[in-house]
Design a protein around this ligand. Structure first.
Ligand code: GTP
Ligand code: MG
Length: 325
């Protein structure tokens, strides 16, 4: 395994963090005015949650895609500023589930809200409060947590659709603040971060300031490869694919070798992923390798193999392995 500052193998045990955060706060209620807390980012699939987090972290750590259901796991990423540390929980997008995998994704999204201090709910500026979001907001069980609304993609809002969106959401009386942003054009991001910080409890930082993500490098590599599968394939293929790093070998003085497996649910999907004369898998591999090298800051060999696991998107054990936190 390579070492890198992005990979937060900072001995932070995921499940014990929260308890630690609480007990620290209880015993040392205030350390100056530094603020630190957990912020869940929730919203319908494809509204731009991961793009927003990548934009404020200043690094492409999280998978984002023009296709829905890109994020499959709860992922914690950390933004440290001179006066605050925000531990964001990116979640899979809410949607109407079609199989066991997508049911699991929606469940994971709601699980991401456990123990948060602030909830950010993200929507698009299409001029109304969609029935889907109304139901999602009704389902939320976070009575004591302030909810902030981020209206993303304002660069795409037509005439007064943004204003109408703000009015519609304001009328629900669920939100402490409503903040218009564009994650891709970097508009309103500073305002969003400053507002979130205002609602965080006082407390010391929980992560070292150079940690940006609590996942190991293997996970980030798997996501880079999956993003290329999402970008380069269509219809059911992206939704039936999962990626696992099988090994990451480093020998002194040699270029590290990574072998990853792309899991698909049917033989025909394997044919599409491999492509004529192996062209598709070569393209996915070479684009993914470039991104992996950017992440690790050095050259690697990347070997991709495609394996058929019939019907895995309805197999509880396979699903658990690709979505577990
Ligand atoms: N025009 C525009 N597009 C955006 C903006 N933010 C995100 N997008 C695009 O919206 C699409 C979805 O972005 P993601 O970040 O993957 O959305 P997500 O909410 O994380 O999606 P899931 O993980 O599936 O829930 C991508 O094509 C992004 O480039 C924005 O501010 N403006
Ligand atoms: Mg996402």
């Amino acid at each position: 395994m390579g070492s890198g500052k992005i990979a937060a193998r900072a001995q932070l045990q995921r499940d014990s963090n929260r308890g630690e955060a609480l007990s620290r706060r209880d015993s040392q209620p205030s350390s100056g005015s530094f603020r630190c807390g957990f912020v869940g980012v929730l919203g319908r699939t494809n509204v731009g949650k991961s793009t927003f987090l990548n934009a404020i972290l200043g690094e492409r750590l999280l998978i984002s895609s023009s296709k829905p259901q890109a994020t499959r796991n709860r992922i914690r990423c950390v933004l440290t500023t001179p006066d605050a540390q925000i531990i964001f929980v990116d979640t899979p997008g809410l949607h109407r589930p079609k199989n066991k995998l997508s049911r699991r994704l929606v469940r994971e999204a709601y699980r991401g809200l456990r123990g948060i201090d602030v909830l950010v709910y993200m929507v698009e500026p299409w001029g109304e409060l969609a029935a889907f979001d109304r139901h999602a907001l009704e389902r939320l069980e976070t009575p004591d947590v302030p909810i902030l609304l981020l209206v993303n993609k304002i660069d795409q809002a037509k005439s007064n659709a943004l204003e109408e969106t703000l009015i519609a959401y304001e009328a629900t009386d669920r939100f402490e603040e409503l903040i218009p942003i564009s994650s891709t054009r970097r508009r309103g991001l500073d305002d969003a971060v400053e507002t979130i910080v205002k609602y965080l409890p006082e407390g010391e930082a929980l992560f070292p300031s150079d940690v940006k993500c609590d996942r190991p490098e293997e996970f980030l590599i798997e996501e880079i490869i999956r993003e290329q599968v999402f970008d380069n394939t269509f219809e059911e293929v992206p939704y039936s694919s999962a990626v696992r790093v099988k090994w990451f070998r480093e020998t002194a003085g040699k270029t590290p070798e990574i072998r990853a497996e792309i899991l698909v649910a049917r033989e025909s999907q394997k044919g599409i992923l491999v492509g004529k004369g192996g062209r598709m898998i070569k393209r996915i591999g070479s684009r993914a390798r470039t991104e992996i090298e950017r992440l690790l800051g050095r050259s690697v060999f990347l070997d991709l193999i495609v394996r058929v696991a019939p019907g895995w998107t309805n197999d509880d054990e396979e699903i658990r392995q690709v979505t577990e936190a």
